[in-house]
Unconditional design. Structure first.
Lengths: 175, 167
């Protein structure tokens, strides 16, 4: 039930931001609309700060939160492919569901394409397996990698986000 | 199919841009929506001990259909993505943005192809913008930030070649 409730809130936020509209998302890659960057970075900063402070106050046990595992080369290659597909689709997997749900025909096409892509990859998995499991680093985080306090990395992320927001706003004013 | 795009009469092009502006204004402020999204993500950390996801729902469904043992399965994500569909629909309905738009064949083809390439990418990377970029980004995961940077690089690299398709 928690999964469903969180999903509803997630889908609601994405649609409110306008991320059910492929043209708007594609604008990110033609420097005409920075909504994707602003929404993503605001969300990351909010959740990172929230997780840090809730853990510091003893409300949240960070050790009990699943951290996505790192596989350097598969995530580099997968990321590049993902990005190429993203700019063609104008939607990512989550936003394609929102687009389809709000009546955008292309959203449904992205959902179908995603599904076919995943099915085909799953069926042709054998030659990929070796690469898929390579360069595994476990649930590695930047505080562990750089041997710096958790709060320092959170601070760096916040600073990076604020600098990015400032640059995006300046660009939009000039354009 | 590029002919249909390039020979579009100018007034229609202008109309489309104007419509886009009106609709864009009706959307929430991106910083506000992003902060709300961050609170949802934080709630997921606290209540479920995990972040958000999307591609995992596709792999779960694909694994059930093809009985492939290699695809990641999570019934939690399947339920969550059902919620995303409901939430997206409800938000569009309440904002009177719910309208069923037809797609040109060229756009449909590129959307489908882009989706398929993303599908391959998410399986290789073990996640997407939700499960890796947002969730792992907030949890300071190294692989998540690597994925995020690679995804933006891939998108910006291909964008010039697809400019005509987005005109």
């Amino acid at each position: 039930m928690i999964a469903l409730a969180i999903g509803i809130a997630f889908g609601f936020c994405l649609e409110r931001a306008g991320l059910g509209d492929s043209r708007k998302l594609a604008g990110q890659f033609y420097f005409t609309d920075f909504t994707v960057l602003k929404v993503m970075f605001s969300a990351i900063v909010t959740a990172a700060l929230g997780a840090f402070w809730l853990a510091r106050l003893g409300v949240l046990d960070l050790a009990g939160v699943y951290v996505p595992e790192t596989y350097l080369l598969p995530q580099l290659a997968g990321g590049l492919l993902f990005g190429a597909g993203f700019v063609a689709a104008g939607l990512c997997p989550g936003t394609s569901c929102v687009a389809a749900a709000s009546g955008h025909g292309d959203g449904l096409m992205v959902v179908l394409g995603m599904f076919v892509g995943v099915v085909v990859t799953g069926l042709a998995f054998a030659p990929l397996r070796h690469f898929y499991d390579s360069t595994a680093r476990g649930p590695l985080t930047f505080p562990q990698l750089l041997h710096v306090p958790y709060g320092a990395v959170v601070f760096a992320v916040v600073a990076l986000a604020l600098a990015t927001f400032a640059a995006a706003e300046r660009w939009e004013r000039c354009a | 199919m590029s002919e249909a795009l390039t020979s579009a009469p100018l007034p229609r092009e202008r109309e489309r841009v104007a419509e886009g502006r009106v609709r864009a204004r009706a959307y929430s402020d991106p910083y506000l929506a992003g902060t709300a999204l961050g609170l949802v993500l934080l709630a997921s950390f606290a209540l479920a001990g995990r972040g958000l996801g999307a591609s995992g729902a596709f792999t779960t469904l694909a694994a059930k259909v093809t009985s492939s043992p290699d695809l990641h399965q999570s019934n939690w994500l399947l339920l969550e993505i059902a919620g995303v569909v409901i939430g997206g629909f409800a938000s569009a309905l309440l904002a009177k943005r719910l309208r069923f738009t037809a797609v040109k064949a060229s756009r449909a083809t590129i959307a489908f192809g882009g989706g398929a390439v993303m599908g391959l990418g998410t399986v290789l990377a073990r996640g997407c913008t939700s499960g890796l970029a947002l969730t792992g980004g907030a949890l300071l995961s190294v692989g998540s930030w690597l994925f995020m940077i690679a995804a933006f690089a891939g998108a910006y690299a291909l964008a010039p070649l697809l400019r005509r398709a987005w005109r």
